[in-house]
Design a protein around this ligand. Structure first.
Ligand SMILES: [Zn+2]
Length: 261
């Protein structure tokens, strides 16, 4: 069929727009915590049910349904508060729930420098199931708390496993994951201080020793999808000033937590 002359450029324009739209992967403005080789957008990796021999422990009866709830750390109004913004039970990163007794606290940073990517924005991404991760067994990235200079959002109950550290390793099975925001304009020192207060609160609440506060870098990552050893991640990168390992900055952060214990 011969197209009349004005239709052809219009057709090309529509085609070009379609190509452009399809090439923009991932949620708008999101730069994931994980490096590209460990993060997959697209179809979630098919999750398999619990590993052989795994028995789901009796799930504690707690009400996590409140959409937003403020809890003040230490019951003192001058202390930061936690905004509960849980991923809906049974959906996205909570479509499978695994009980855990937290024994460690794992500290991350988002490496997401978009100015709008504060704690609330990350909590919304988790609630929308926007952070898919094909390489892990769940198909999504999940963690417990996101902290910025003025707020703390909680996305997972502290007794549920997340997918933030080391696939099926202990970093996910027995640790609470905290992400520190790095959005442009956000104060790093205030974020660190708020994270230190939150960490101290969690240590006391769960009877975890300070020595079990670790950077993400602590955990060796064996990718679930193909068993590849991805080694240790330089995260949170701004506290790993000893060639990608804990050094003086990390020691300073631990001392900051100790002051709140
Ligand atoms: Zn991390």
């Amino acid at each position: 069929m011969r197209l009349p002359p004005p239709t052809l450029p219009l057709f090309l324009l529509v085609f070009l727009l379609a190509v452009l739209a399809s090439s923009c992967g991932g949620p708008a403005g999101y730069r994931p915590d994980q490096r590209p080789q460990t993060l997959y957008y697209g179809t979630p990796y098919p999750s398999r049910s619990s590993p052989p021999g795994y028995q789901q422990p009796a799930y504690p009866q707690q009400n996590y349904r409140q959409p937003v709830q403020q809890t003040t750390l230490g019951g003192n109004n001058s202390r930061p508060s936690i905004t509960a913004a849980f991923i809906r039970k049974g959906s996205f990163g909570r479509k499978r729930q695994r009980f855990m007794q937290p024994r460690y606290i794992t500290i991350h940073s988002t490496q997401n420098y978009d100015s709008a990517s504060d704690a609330a924005a990350h909590a919304r991404l988790l609630q929308k199931g926007a952070l898919t991760a094909r390489g892990n067994s769940l198909g999504y990235l999940t963690w417990h708390f996101t902290v910025d200079e003025r707020s703390i959002y909680q996305s997972l109950p502290e007794n549920e496993q997340g997918q933030h550290a080391d696939y099926e390793g202990p970093g996910n099975r027995i640790s609470i994951g905290i992400e520190m925001c790095e959005n442009r304009g956000n104060s790093r020192s205030r974020t660190l201080d708020r994270t230190a207060q939150l960490t101290a609160h969690l240590l006391k609440k769960h009877g975890i020793p300070l020595s079990n506060v670790v950077p993400h870098q602590h955990w060796r990552r064996i990718r679930y999808s193909d068993g590849r050893d991805l080694g240790h991640k330089n995260c949170p990168h701004f506290l790993m000033d000893n060639n990608g390992r804990p050094g003086a900055q990390w020691a300073r952060f631990i001392a900051q937590i100790r002051r709140y214990l």
